[in-house]
Design a protein. Structure first.
Length: 67
């Protein structure tokens, strides 16, 4: 069997507050693991994570992680 390539990793940082945003956006931030303003988390770059980021793109900053 061929080895599977490791998925790329991305760092997601919350740069704007979720206060006053729709409940759906606040739940998405929590699902991404962002609990406070300026907090960062690292995720594998998967389609599900990309979809969550797309919903809250105005609240977060995304950058690739060098390994």
């Amino acid at each position: 069997m061929a080895k599977k390539a490791k998925p790329a990793r991305i760092e997601v940082t919350q740069v704007r507050s979720g206060i006053g945003r729709p409940e759906k956006h606040r739940r998405t931030l929590r699902a991404l693991g962002l609990t406070r303003h300026q907090g960062s988390v690292v995720h594998e770059d998967t389609p599900s994570i990309q979809g969550m980021i797309k919903q809250v793109t105005h609240l977060v900053r995304v950058r690739p992680v060098e390994e």
